[in-house]
Design a protein around this ligand. Structure first.
Ligand code: FES
Length: 253
C-alpha cells in the first residue's frame, strides 16, 4: 500500500549542473517499492501545496533506503536540491504501477530524466540486457549501468556515442531484443512506440514526464487509451494512477 511518511535524507550529491541524487531512508516504503514506481515529495515551503512526483532510481530493501535522481526544473525541486544529510522530507509512496519483469532479451531505453528509473529495472531484470541511454549532451548515471549490461549512448550533438536519438543508437548498433522498456520525454516514447509497431517487439513505456500532482487529483496527466472502460464508457487513463507504465499498444502518446 501507499504510505505517507517523514523520511530522513541519508545523502545528497550533485551529478550535473541541474541533476541531483538523493538517498532517503524509510524501511516501509523501500520494502513496498518496485521498479518504475514513483514517490511524491512535499516541499517545506507551505506555498507549494502540491507534492512533486519523482521516479525511484534505486531500491535498497536490505537497508530500507530509496534513491531519487531528479532534475531541478522549478522551485520545488530547487528546494529539494538544498537538503542535506539528516534533513527530513515528507514523502507519499510508492505510487503508480511499475514495470512488469518479463522477457529473455531486453532493451532498456532511457532518455534524459527518464534514465533514473531504468537503473533499478536493470538491477531486477534477470535476463540478457542491452541498455540505451539518450542525452542532449552531458551524460550522467551511464557508468552505473555498466554493471548490469552493455551500455549504448546517443547524444543530440554526437559528443558521446551515436549522434541522434535512442532509436538511431539501436539501429546503428544492430541491437535486438524481445521486449523494450522505455522512459523518457513524449517525443522519445512516440519514437519507441513506432519502432515497436514496425518491428513487432512488445514494449512497456513509462509516461512519467506528464505527471503533475501524482495523486490522481489534478487530471493534468490524462492520456487517451485505446480501450474504453466498460463502467464509465470513457477511454482516458490517468498516468499517475493507471500508469505510469503502459504497454505501447494500450495508449496514445
Ligand atoms: Fe494529477 Fe495524475 S498527475 S491526476
Amino acid at each position: 500500500g501507499t504510505l505517507k511518511k517523514t523520511a530522513v535524507i541519508t545523502s545528497q550529491v550533485q551529478l550535473t549542473e541541474d541533476v541531483f541524487s538523493m538517498w532517503i531512508q524509510d524501511n516501509q516504503i523501500a520494502a513496498a517499492a518496485n521498479p518504475g514506481q514513483f514517490l511524491s515529495l512535499y516541499c517545506k515551503n507551505g506555498n507549494r501545496l502540491l507534492p512533486r512526483p519523482i521516479s525511484i532510481c534505486e531500491i535498497d530493501k536490505e537497508n530500507g533506503k530509496l534513491r531519487l535522481v531528479y532534475r531541478v526544473v522549478g522551485n520545488g525541486t530547487e528546494e529539494f536540491s538544498r537538503y542535506k544529510t539528516s534533513d527530513t522530507i515528507d514523502v507519499l509512496g510508492p505510487l503508480g504501477n511499475g514495470f512488469c519483469l518479463e522477457g529473455k532479451k531486453a532493451i532498456l531505453i532511457g532518455g534524459g530524466i527518464g534514465i533514473p528509473p531504468m537503473l533499478e529495472l536493470a538491477k531486477q531484470l534477470n535476463c540478457e540486457k542491452k541498455i540505451v541511454l539518450g542525452y542532449r549532451d552531458i551524460t550522467f548515471l551511464n557508468k552505473e549501468f555498466e554493471t548490469y549490461g552493455e551500455v549504448y549512448i546517443s547524444t543530440e550533438n554526437g559528443s558521446t556515442g551515436t549522434k541522434g536519438n535512442v532509436i538511431d543508437a539501436i539501429k546503428a548498433n544492430g541491437l535486438e531484443g524481445d521486449i523494450l522498456f522505455a522512459c523518457g520525454p513524449a517525443p522519445m516514447l512516440r519514437g519507441v512506440q513506432a519502432y515497436a509497431k514496425e518491428t513487432g517487439i512488445k514494449a512497456q513505456l513509462s509516461m512519467e514526464e506528464r505527471m503533475a500532482c501524482g495523486i490522481g487529483a489534478c487530471l493534468a496527466c490524462v492520456c487517451k487509451s485505446r480501450e474504453k472502460d466498460h463502467h464509465t464508457n470513457v477511454n482516458n487513463k490517468r498516468i499517475c494512477k493507471d500508469g505510469p507504465v503502459f504497454y505501447s499498444d494500450e495508449i496514445e502518446i
